[in-house]
Design a protein around this ligand. Structure first.
Ligand SMILES: [Zn+2]
Length: 251
C-alpha cells in the first residue's frame, strides 16, 4: 500500500480516472474537502471509493467565502480535520478572519480529540505558537520553511513531505530532522505536483511520484524503502486510532 497523506481531487482528476488509479495501485488517500461544496463532492466520492479517507476543513483561502455553519456536518464527522491554517503568501484573505476560522476549527478538533492537517504558508511561527495551546496530534502539510521547525518538534507533530523533496532544501530539512515515525508523503493533488515539478502529469503517475519521495526518505534515513512504506502505514494507523470516533485502519 502507498499512503498519499494529503491531496485534492478535482472534477477533472475524476474525469481522468484518478479513482481507478487509486484503487488499482492500492493507494490510500487522505483527500481534503476545502469548503462546503468541495466537502459535499468528496463525501460522495468517499462513499464510492473505500480507498479515500475524507478530511474536511474550511481552508484559509475560503475563510471569508463560506461559513463554518455550512461546514458543521463535515467537521463533526470526519476522522481528520483539515486542511486548516493560515496563509499570508498565496491569498489575500484578511489574516484576522483567517485566524478566527482556524482557531474555531482547532477548538472543535480539540473537543472531538480529532487530529488536524495544517496549512502554514508564511505563518509558520504564528501557527507554532497557536498550536502550543492544543493537545491534538497535528499533521503539518508540506512544510516549506527553513525556520521554526524546532518549535513544531516540541510537541506531537507529523509531517507530510511534498513532491519537491528532490529539489527543495526546506523539505529536505524536514526529512532530516523529523523521525521516521512522524513522517508521511503527500502529492497535494495533480496540479500541485505540476506546480512543484514544472511539468504536466497524469493521475497514473501518482504512485511513482509518491514512491520517489519515499525512496528519498529511505536514502536520507539509511533504511530500506520497504521500511519507510511500512512505517507510514503504522503512523497512519496510530494517528487514526487516536481520533474520536476511532477510525480503524485495516492494513
Ligand atoms: Zn492542500
Amino acid at each position: 500500500m502507498i499512503i498519499d497523506a494529503h491531496l485534492h481531487i478535482t472534477e477533472d482528476d475524476e474525469k481522468n480516472k484518478i479513482l481507478d488509479c487509486i484503487e488499482k495501485e492500492n493507494i490510500l488517500a487522505l483527500v481534503a474537502g476545502t469548503n462546503p461544496e468541495d466537502c459535499h463532492r468528496i463525501h460522495k466520492m468517499a462513499q464510492r471509493c473505500n480507498r479515500i479517507i475524507p478530511t474536511y476543513g474550511l481552508h484559509p483561502w475560503y475563510a471569508d467565502k463560506a461559513s463554518l455553519k455550512d461546514m458543521e456536518p463535515y467537521l463533526a464527522s470526519c476522522p481528520v480535520i483539515g486542511e486548516i491554517g493560515l496563509d499570508s503568501v498565496w491569498c489575500d484573505v484578511d489574516l484576522n478572519v483567517q485566524r478566527k476560522i482556524f482557531v474555531a476549527q482547532l477548538d472543535l478538533a480539540e473537543k472531538r480529540g480529532c487530529p488536524v492537517i495544517l496549512h502554514t504558508k508564511g505563518q509558520e511561527k504564528e501557527i507554532a505558537l497557536i498550536i502550543a495551546d492544543y493537545t491534538v496530534p497535528v499533521i503539518v502539510h508540506w512544510y516549506s520553511s527553513e525556520n521554526f521547525l524546532d518549535k513544531y518538534l516540541e510537541r506531537v507533530c507529523y509531517f507530510t513531505v511534498g513532491p519537491d523533496v528532490h529539489i527543495n532544501p526546506a523539505v529536505q530539512q524536514v526529512v532530516r530532522e523529523v523521525p521516521l515515525d512522524r513522517l508521511f508523503v503527500e502529492s497535494d493533488g495533480i496540479s500541485a505536483v505540476e506546480w512543484a515539478t514544472g511539468k504536466a502529469i497524469t493521475p497514473q503517475e501518482l504512485p511513482s511520484i509518491l514512491s520517489a519521495s519515499m525512496d528519498f526518505i529511505a536514502k536520507a534515513k539509511n533504511v530500506d524503502p520497504g521500511i519507510v512504506r511500512t512505517q507510514m502505514e503504522e503512523n497512519l494507523a496510530r494517528l487514526l486510532k487516536s481520533s474520536d470516533p476511532g477510525f480503524v485502519l485495516n492494513l
